[in-house]
Design a protein around this ligand. Structure first.
Ligand code: COA
Length: 204
């Protein structure tokens, strides 16, 4: 049976390991020594993080997790300050590839009828950004990802968060399908990425 729970200091170690094992990104491996600390920090303080994990209660192991943070700058800032060289060398190829300012240029409005207008400032609704969602290969295609999002929406609504955003690579079919299935609206951005957003319903 698959169960969903909030990540806290008791299961953060498993969550961090799951993250390393599934992330293809070089910067994750490079910043591994401080990543667990930052996840914990994001949960507790500055970054206002919310992490939901899925467990296979029969085994028992963690099989998936979704992490969202409201202040990514605190999360990345701490990693960069702690490990500037390894972070930079690991992320340089990524930064060069994506050197068109996607992190700063955010759509100002989420109107379904008008295309997003890119501005330097963020919209002023409380917005959390998905850091990563992943499900162990063996458990994919069984709605674990969709149920992780449903659990996350409930937690964010309790905290008064209004919007959840995610950036998705245009080539990641599984992720695009998952976000559509979980009720996100998708906007095509520059650089082969989609910006997905979901209004968190406070009455849920
Ligand atoms: C993306 C990911 C989290 C999806 O998790 P999941 O538990 O398999 O998702 P779900 O089972 O809830 O599937 C949601 C929808 O996507 C579809 N889907 C799942 N895997 C798919 C694939 N490889 N290709 C196309 N569609 C896929 C499902 O069929 C389902 O749609 P349906 O209900 O119409 O059938 C998982 O594939 C993964 O961990 N990928 C690696 C990490 C990653 O890319 N994360 C996202 C970027 S941050």
């Amino acid at each position: 049976m698959i169960k969903f729970e909030l990540c806290d200091k008791n299961n953060i170690e498993d969550t961090a390991n799951l993250f390393y094992s599934m992330s293809p990104a070089g910067w994750v491996r490079a910043s591994a020594p401080c990543f667990k600390k930052n996840l914990l920090h994001a949960l507790a303080t500055d970054a206002r993080g919310t992490l939901v994990v899925a467990n296979d209660a029969d085994v028992p192991i963690q099989i998936g997790y979704v992490a969202a943070i409201e202040y990514p700058v605190f999360f990345w800032g701490k990693i960069i300050l702690d490990h500037p060289l390894s972070f930079l060398s690991a992320t340089l190829p990524y930064i060069l590839k994506k050197l068109r300012g996607i992190m700063l240029l955010q759509p100002k409005t989420y109107s379904e009828n008008s295309p997003p207008r890119f501005q330097w400032s963020r919209n002023n609704e409380r917005t959390a950004r998905v850091l990563f969602i992943g499900v162990l290969e063996k458990y994919r295609g069984q709605a674990v990802g969709t149920r992780l999002y449903n659990a996350l929406f409930k937690e964010l609504a309790k905290k008064g968060c209004e919007i959840l955003e995610a950036h998705i690579d245009a080539g990641n079919d599984a992720s695009l399908k998952l976000h559509a299935q979980a009720g996100f609206s998708m906007t095509k951005c520059a650089m082969g990425e989609f910006l997905a957003h979901h209004r968190v319903n406070h009455r849920e």
